[in-house]
Every structure is written in structure tokens, then in C-alpha cells.
Design a protein around this ligand. Structure first.
Ligand code: ADP
Ligand code: MG
Length: 323
């Protein structure tokens, strides 16, 4: 692959979990209801994601690997009203620069599907493929051609842990999805489609957390906060159950995390963290998700407004419980 591809890939694809995140986002954008993930050796040997989404037309298969050839952006304006998880058209091109890919896909209408392989940036001719409708994407030997990056990978257990965290975040944001994760042919997660977030929370963080939850909702408005906080008596030691989402996308943000923690001031034992699953809905033109290639950091136009929305909504809710 070209140096350019490798450099771009370096920004997005750090480890197996980065690949899993991009593939899951593509499956979600394709309207999948079920996603099966298979890993070997923490994802370093094999990552396979199979979905039942809309599939890809044979003519578009090769296009999926070319940089910025996304099907999801019509004009530059669209960058500001992104309704899909992906929008840069970089992920598959980047992954293809650092791994060996087999992409198989069939649309629901088509009688048969199609397969292409991409190895070291070289694309094979498409071949017929007779699988069920949806998309099946395999990435083998991640970083086989980038030894320095391969050297920076941690143990199999650590890499698997990162993948689990990625799956957890996406599962919380999309409770209606059925997701399975297998590692070395052993089932790690079987997450059934559920009606709402609380079942998901119980699944990942025990029923004890679920039973301590208070629903929050700042009410209709241009900016809205919904989700759950847990009673401060629910003690998870010093683990940090703080999950933040904006417009359905997980993100990390010190300021919002601080607002959550501040609302619990005086209610927690020292060194403990507030538990919160916070979902912000913000007009797309007031939040920039294009700050960082992995889209895990965002920039808000009205930072202080968001800070006080989070703080006042949570404080109000705690007061209602006489806390
Ligand atoms: P982006 O998601 O930013 O558009 P990607 O590189 O992640 O770019 O994917 C490139 C294109 O390949 C997508 O725009 C989409 O058309 C197609 N594609 C990738 N994965 C899938 C999938 N699982 N189902 C359907 N189409 C897919
Ligand atoms: Mg994508």
C-alpha cells in the first residue's frame, strides 16, 4: 500500500478494537439487526464481522475500499448533519492498508452475492459468492506489513478487553441490536436485542446497578439530556461506570464527566465515581464530531450550556430522591 494510506491508517487503526468499531459502525449504518463478531488471538490473527444489513451491490464492492468514496455524504454540507456513524469513507481503505481483507456481500434483492479480496492494497477481481443476504467482512493478520505497530500491541487478553469495551459502548447506544462476540471459538458475549437500555445495563454491569437506576430527562428542547444515573449508595468501588453519548455516538469528554461527578458532590465516598449513562441530543450543527479520526472526541459550540444542562438535570433528579 502507499505510504499515504499507511499514515492515514495510523490515525484510525491502532489496534483490533479500532477495526471492530469501524466494522460495527458500518453494519449499523447498513441497518443490521444482528451482528456476529469472531476473533482469533485478540483479533490480531482474525476479525470477522457478519451482519444482516442491506448489503453492497456487486458494482460497489471495489469502491468500498477507495478512500473518500463513501456512499453516505452527498455534499460537504452533509458533514454538519451527519445521520450515519460513518461519513469519511476512510475506514475500509485504512484497514485494507494494514490487513488482509475478504469482503463478501449480498443485497436482499439479489439472487447471489459477490466477493472481493484486498491484500496489501491490491484488489482481486470480484467473484460470485453464495452467502445469505448481508455483509461478511474478514480482516486477517492485522499490521502484518507494519511491524512497528504490531510491536505496540498488548497481550491477547488486553486487546480482547479493548474489543469488549468497544462492543459494550455500541451495545448501550443500540439496545435493539442482537450482537454476539466469539473469541477463539468461545462465546464471550451473546447480547440479545432488548427493548431498552436498562436490560443492557443489567447485562453488562449486573442487576444490582439496574435496580439502583434513576431515569433522567431534561425535557424537550433544542438540547436534551436523557439516560440514567445510579443511586450514590450503589458502590462499584473505584470503577468508572460513566458512559457518554452524543447523538447516538459514544464520546469521551472531561467537561461532561466533570458535570456528572459534580452533581454527586457530597453524596459519594471519597475516591468513588458517580454512575451515569448520559445521552445528549444536540442539533448536528452545534457539535463537531470531525475533530478526531476515531470520532471519539467532539467539540461543542456551547460548552458551558451543556455543562449546566448536565449538572442541573442530574441535581434535580437527585433532589427528587431527597439526596
Ligand atoms: P464510511 O462508513 O465512512 O462511508 P467506510 O470505509 O467505513 O466509509 O465504508 C465504505 C463504504 O462501504 C460505505 O460507505 C458503505 O457503502 C460500504 N459498506 C461498508 N461496510 C458495509 C456493510 N457492513 N454493509 C453495507 N455496506 C457497507
Ligand atoms: Mg464506516
Amino acid at each position: 500500500p502507499e505510504v499515504v494510506t499507511k499514515i492515514a491508517a495510523g490515525e484510525v487503526i491502532e489496534r483490533p478494537a479500532s477495526v471492530v468499531k469501524e466494522l460495527l459502525e458500518n453494519s449499523i449504518d447498513a441497518g443490521a439487526t444482528r451482528i456476529d463478531i469472531d476473533l482469533d488471538a485478540g483479533g490480531t490473527e482474525l476479525i470477522r464481522v457478519v451482519d444482516d444489513g442491506c448489503g453492497i451491490e456487486p458494482d460497489d464492492l471495489a469502491l468500498a475500499f477507495s478512500q473518500h468514496a463513501t456512499s453516505k455524504l452527498e455534499t460537504a454540507d452533509d458533514l454538519f448533519r451527519i445521520g450515519t456513524m460513518g461519513f469519511r469513507g476512510e475506514a475500509l481503505a485504512s484497514i485494507a492498508g494494514v490487513g488482509q481483507i475478504t469482503l463478501q456481500s449480498r443485497t436482499r434483492e439479489a439472487a447471489s452475492g459477490c466477493e472481493v479480496k484486498c491484500d496489501g492494497g491490491a484488489l482481486s477481481d470480484p467473484r460470485p459468492w453464495n452467502g445469505s443476504s448481508g455483509t461478511r467482512l474478514e480482516v486477517r493478520h492485522l499490521f502484518y506489513n507494519v511491524p512497528v505497530r504490531k510491536k505496540f500491541l498488548k497481550s491477547v487478553a488486553t486487546e480482547l478487553g479493548h474489543v469488549c469495551e468497544t462492543v459494550t459502548r455500541l451495545s448501550l447506544a443500540h439496545p435493539h441490536l442482537h450482537i454476539t462476540l466469539r473469541h477463539n471459538n468461545r462465546l464471550v458475549y451473546d447480547i440479545p436485542a432488548s427493548a431498552g437500555l436498562t436490560d443492557r445495563i443489567a447485562l453488562f454491569f449486573t442487576g444490582e446497578v439496574r435496580d439502583a437506576l434513576y431515569e433522567i430527562d431534561s425535557g424537550e428542547g433544542p438540547m436534551r439530556l436523557t439516560g440514567y444515573i445510579a443511586d450514590p449508595k450503589c458502590d462499584r468501588g473505584n470503577s468508572k461506570l460513566q458512559y457518554l453519548f452524543v447523538n447516538g455516538r459514544w464520546f469521551r469528554d472531561r467537561s461532561v464527566a466533570h458535570a456528572l461527578q459534580e452533581s454527586f458532590r457530597g453524596l459519594l465516598m471519597s475516591g468513588r465515581y458517580a454512575i451515569g449513562f448520559l445521552f445528549l441530543t444536540i442539533p448536528p450543527d452545534k457539535v463537531d464530531v470531525n475533530v478526531h479520526p476515531t470520532k471519539s472526541e467532539v467539540r461543542f459550540q456551547e460548552n458551558s450550556l451543556i455543562y449546566s444542562l448536565v449538572r442541573s438535570t442530574i441535581k434535580h433528579r437527585l433532589l427528587k430522591e431527597n439526596l
